[in-house]
Design a protein around this ligand. Sequence first.
Ligand code: ADP
Ligand code: MG
Ligand code: ZN
Length: 607
Amino acid sequence: MPKRILHALMLLPMLAVLLTAGVAAAATDATDSPIRPVPISTALDRLAAGRADSATLVGPDGSLELHIRAGKLHLIAEVTSQLSDDVVAAARRGHVPLTIERPRAVATDLGGPIEQPFSIGDWMQTWGPMILLAALVAVSAVALRAMGGARFKNRLKPVRSVTRFTDVAGIDEIRDDVAEIADVLRNPAPYERLGAQLPKGVILHGPPGTGKTLLARAVAGEAGVPFFSVSGSEFVEVYAGLGSRRIRALFAAARKAAPAVVYIDEIDAVGGRRTGHSANGEREQTLDQLLSEMDGFRTDPSKPVVVLASTNRLDELDPALVRSGRFDRKIAVGLPDRAARREILDVHLRGRPVAPEADPVEVAAMTAGLAGADLAALCNEAAFEAAREGRADIGLPQFRRALMRLAAGPERRSRVMSDEERRLVAYHEMGHALVGHLSPTCDPVERVTVIPQGQALGVTILLPTEDRFLATRTECMERMAMMLAGRAAEELVFGEFTSGAADDLNRAAALARRMAGEMAMARGGTEESLLVGLPAAGGDRSAEDVERAAQDLVRQAFREATALLGRHRELLESGARRLLDAEALERDELAELFGPRPGAERLAPLA
Ligand code: ADP
Ligand code: MG
Ligand code: ZN
């Protein structure tokens, strides 16, 4: 089966994390803890790994400070304006809310008696700060624009990439493709003699964090040619004509520096489908410019320029962009399989002391669904764990804990829950764990807690034991029942339910919609399934059909969860009591508590 199709069929291969979101618990407690300066690299790693509650960029342009709050920690790092992009990227990767704080020149204290004769001094005292603030906003808007311009000018100066193919692991399937591009760039003569021409444009596509940017750097690094790196979003500006001017400038600079590599990250920002809608006029003008540059430049074959671009969403690109003569070579960069994960781990564990018993093979086995960037973050996080525990090297338990932490955020044992809420959370989480345990196709439960963690009050984590690329209908249903089991337990035990299941319900609904809409799994085993949502004459019937079928699936899964919990009520009770006592239960303890799991064959032929 072609890889693309495999991808489309793959069902959320990531470890499943189910958490009880505490709505009231969402507020971060920014208490006055001492500020600790850290190097910017440390700060970025922490953000990218999601090991922070919030982050703030403070200060005038040019001398920014990055403040990171994580529990009681308050870290601070200096940031140059060139690095601010990286901060944003890291915060997005780690899902850490990032805000930007412009400096406030005046401390405002507007208290005081109301009735007073007008005096310019008072007037200034009242309005001065606001005027100053308004001026500041205006100035910083101008500065921001200038900064954007200056930053882009920097982009027109190529860099020498030091990245090599050895830094990119687990890419055997596509190594030849990219190596060839690097080879032609380095030594075009033999190719030129034979009339072999490089593709002008190559699209690297695949999920985030799979190493597309890294690959582009490695191509330039291996070829030893100048590397121009821009992001699609830099061409999307509110100022008319700026985007297309930038495209022109970029290509002019690249031609002058040839042989060279131009890399456009997240090209979908400019290359999305054109609509002809006037609201998108500016972006489409930029895209037109890009197209005409691609058509126009027929470089001297002895001085090639290759344009690499990356996107997470190939199917959303404008068809004109991927036509022949433009970005006509496409390279799929997929999520790494187990062997590839092992190689990527090796790269990121280079130079880090790993305990002899911590076999990367085992770490690779428990990280199905993670991308290269996640694995890099995992290695870093595991090193932190080891340091915190005062160890000399990184052991398997540290990797496990790091994985749990990356999946659900840092635990915050200091947050106090009422006994009432703790009890509810314990039943809720135990509901997930028990239904997961009793459903043969669910991944094993790795850990259940009633410890506040990230935004959650309790967490259940299921870890895959193998790479699966297909999802059966049974698997989908059992997974959905497991997702809804927290809510089912609340209702069963308390006759009441809470806001804590909101995240579970969203995920179950999303899965149900995919089952009904994309995977034709609505009505099990019959051709009826295929017909759900088929476009019918007259309007939106298909969407409505899918929605109704999805509702049926959710209803069915919820009933299943309730029934299972009802039948094993005493396990639910003893499990919840044990959990309340221990705060956290690991895989072994759960196995002992629940007894053996029912076995099942996934894909056995019917007799
Ligand atoms: P993408 O551009 O696909 O989103 P990146 O290239 O930005 O991904 O990857 C981010 C980081 O993740 C890299 O800098 C590297 O540390 C790590 N990484 C991702 N894929 C790999 C890989 N195949 N081998 C080694 N490291 C990787
Ligand atoms: Mg990238
Ligand atoms: Zn839940």
